[in-house]
Design a protein around this ligand. Structure first.
Ligand code: ATP
Length: 267
């Protein structure tokens, strides 16, 4: 398969590059067929959000970093799309937050698990949990292949970071008493609504920002506690939805294409 050449001046160059990356990893067997469709749902919301990290997303990123730093057992759950798009950032996040990495797939096959493990290891991961018979534990009340987890990882985690998740498992993990941090462009999805902390942003933008924020907050646990005390996920999610509403209203009023103002990442 030959990759297409994307002209750098193309107005949607970045979005096209992300698509190409997914298609490439689809052909390599990392991304599932349905992963391409799921990406399309995300893209639609990204378009509406203005393809920028919004203020509520930044607030959620800070709360996510503070949660990761104030917990004993954090696990980052990785699926095909996440591995294809942000393998290196996931490894960096695992290092800075002292979290474990676990492969967890809806469309599970041994070949795909292995490919994801190899991709993460190539990106620097020392250990990838949840592959093959390592996923010997079960999440109760969950029908999908997502229920199979590693007894050293997700099963015993206090916090699970779930980029691009399905709502059923988020709900099941929360029921097990775990904090769930979701990265999901759709603020209306069950995942977004059920998670403890919801980052409404593209995983491609949110993950490096989460690495950076976790690194900055690492030395300041008091600040972490302060952030968590002032964070309300329902309120923050409502802000994302309001932002969409206001942006669409402005577009409808003026009949022109608007971009969101750059938000500063301040501490
Ligand atoms: P739920 O089960 O939570 O209601 P869903 O059925 O939409 O949601 P899936 O199809 O399993 O869930 O997952 C796709 C989700 O991932 C979508 O909500 C989509 O918005 C989101 N998504 C896809 N690509 C990205 C991306 N690059 N960054 C962030 N979110 C994304």
């Amino acid at each position: 398969m030959t990759a297409i050449k994307i002209p750098p001046e193309h107005p949607r160059a970045e979005s096209l590059r992300i698509r190409e990356k997914l298609v490439e990893h689809y052909h390599k067997g990392v991304v599932a067929t349905a992963g391409l469709i799921a990406h399309g749902r995300g893209e639609a919301f990204d378009y509406i959000l203005g393809e920028k990290t919004t203020k509520p997303a930044l607030n959620a990123i800070k709360a996510a970093a503070a949660t990761l730093l104030t917990t004993e057992k954090a696990v980052i759950s990785v699926n095909g799309n996440t591995a294809a798009l942000v393998a290196e950032e996931i490894v960096r996040l695992a290092n800075v937050a002292k979290a474990k990495i676990e492969a967890n797939l809806f469309y599970r096959s041994f070949e795909r698990e292995l490919k994801i493990k190899e991709l993460l290891e190539k990106a620097g991961a020392r250990e990838v949990l949840g592959v093959s018979e390592d996923a010997s534990a079960r999440i109760p009340e969950l029908g999908s292949e997502r229920r199979r987890v590693d007894p050293r990882g997700i099963l015993v985690a206090d916090v699970v970071l779930v980029p691009l998740e399905d709502g059923d498992r988020t709900e099941a993990l929360v029921k097990m008493g775990k904090k769930v941090i979701a990265i999901d462009l759709n603020p209306l999805s069950r995942t977004a609504q059920e998670a403890t902390i919801t980052i409404v942003d593209n995983v491609v933008r949110a993950t490096p920002k989460l690495v950076e924020t976790t690194g900055k907050l690492k030395q300041d646990l008091k600040k972490c506690q302060e952030i968590l005390l002032n964070f309300d996920n329902k309120e923050n999610l409502a802000e994302s939805i309001t932002l969409i509403k206001e942006r669409l209203s402005k577009l409808a009023e003026k009949g022109e294409y608007l971009t969101l103002e750059d938000e500063k990442h301040e501490f």
